[in-house]
Design a protein around this ligand. Structure first.
Ligand code: NDP
Ligand code: GDR
Length: 327
């Protein structure tokens, strides 16, 4: 019988890449999908795996649906990637963010505890938990200081994962992943907002790009590389928490420079800073130390920021060209 995996958030960026990876590894892949997501399968279609995964209706805020999903899939591994994951929205919908991104984790852990505590569990934690920086480079030992309702909810998810590992011996791992992007990144996140705008400006559909704090620094990697680390964590002898990052930090401004230059443009001619996109509290700089992941998992980021941004611009150029053709 094939090894089964259940992925919550399968319609998101990471869910789609992880499903693709697990299929390649011979898993039977189940994806939890809220009813309202039915129009959101474009990423699974983009990767050509829509017919290879089995979708189970359910929502991480609904414990009974999770129990039903686990009973149906009988997975060996559960990956919790579901979240209200956009930091900006978490100030507009803080309660919903807490329910999905925070309490949703508890619901899944409870579902595992009540059905089959031998299931291995991955929690999608985040570098946003470091927030207001306490140390220049952030490792598993750096103290947390969350700066948004999203990050506060994720911190709950992180600690409840640690707690269920310690309380009930559940094989539960928390991956503290720094920003990772791809051609199927949501359009609201800054890299994709930039690469989509670059394509539209280059092809004459748009003139300017309005951004918020372009001096913010992020440690950006490629989502395709990062989902491998998720899987690796669950294959170890013992559960643990790992920072997953590239070890290089870059400003939004420099990232724009890479993206515009790739099509022969200059960001200075098109980017307009608009305070509308400033956040009530900002995370100014993130820079991860992935040493433990390298040492214990043998994981390392393979894609450079230049390769990543160029890949995203190329994909958006192709998309916008197709849009123009269909006009
Ligand atoms: P996305 O926003 O692309 O995907 C989130 C997924 O969660 C979507 O499939 C979404 O469905 C689903 N979802 C939302 N609400 C619910 C719910 N109530 N029940 C079930 N599913 C739900 O995020 P990413 O793929 O980028 O990230 C994956 C995870 O990793 C998230 O938890 C994110 O917070 C975390 N993370 C991401 C990082 C990154 O840089 N990408 C870095 C660190 C952590 P729908 O589309 O229908 O809303
Ligand atoms: P982030 O990603 O908040 O780090 O969370 P995002 O791409 O939204 O922002 C990165 C930085 O860019 C600045 N910025 C802008 N951001 C957006 N979205 N739009 C703009 O116009 C803009 N201008 C400047 C932001 O202020 C910020 O400093 C992502 C999500 O995937 C989380 O779910 C995940 O946990 C973290 O990465 C790690």
């Amino acid at each position: 019988m094939l090894k089964g995996a259940l992925i919550t958030g399968i319609t998101g960026q990471d869910g789609a890449y992880l499903a693709q990876l697990l299929l390649k590894k011979g898993y039977k892949v189940y994806g939890l999908m809220p009813r309202r997501s039915s129009s959101m399968t474009w990423r699974l279609e983009y990767l050509g795996i829509i017919n290879k995964v089995e979708i189970i209706e359910g929502d991480v805020t609904d414990l009974s649906s999770l129990i039903r999903a686990i009973k149906k899939a009988t997975p060996a591994e559960v990956y919790n990637l579901a979240a209200q994951s956009f930091v900006g929205t978490s100030w507009e919908q803080p309660v919903l963010t807490a329910q999905i991104t925070g309490l949703g984790v508890l619901n899944i852990l409870e579902a595992i505890r009540l059905t089959d505590p031998s299931i291995r569990f991955y929690q999608a934690s985040t570098s946003e938990m470091f927030g207001l920086i306490q140390e220049q480079k952030q490792s598993e030992k750096t103290p947390f200081y969350p700066r948004s309702p999203y990050a506060v909810a994720k911190l709950y998810g992180h600690w409840i994962t640690v707690n269920y590992r310690e309380s009930f011996k559940i094989f539960a791992c928390s991956g503290i992943l720094f920003n990772h992007e791809s051609p199927i990144r949501g359009i609201e996140f800054v890299t994709r907002k930039v690469t989509d705008a670059v394509a539209r400006i280059k092809l004459g559909l748009q003139k300017e790009l309005r951004l918020g704090n372009i001096d913010a620094k992020r440690d950006w990697g490629f989502a395709g590389d990062y989902v491998e680390a998720m899987w690796m964590m669950l294959q170890q002898e013992a559960p643990d928490d790992y920072v997953i990052a590239t070890g290089r930090t870059t400003t939004v401004r420099e990232m724009c420079d890479i993206a515009f230059k790739h099509v022969g443009l200059f960001y200075e001619d098109h980017v307009v800073v608009d305070p509308k996109f400033y956040r009530p509290a900002e995370v100014d700089v993130l820079l991860g130390t992935p040493d433990k992941a390298k040492e214990r998992l043998g994981w390392e980021a393979r894609t450079t920021l230049e390769e990543l941004i160029q890949m995203m611009v190329d994909a958006d150029m192709e998309r916008v060209r197709a849009e123009i053709k269909n006009l």
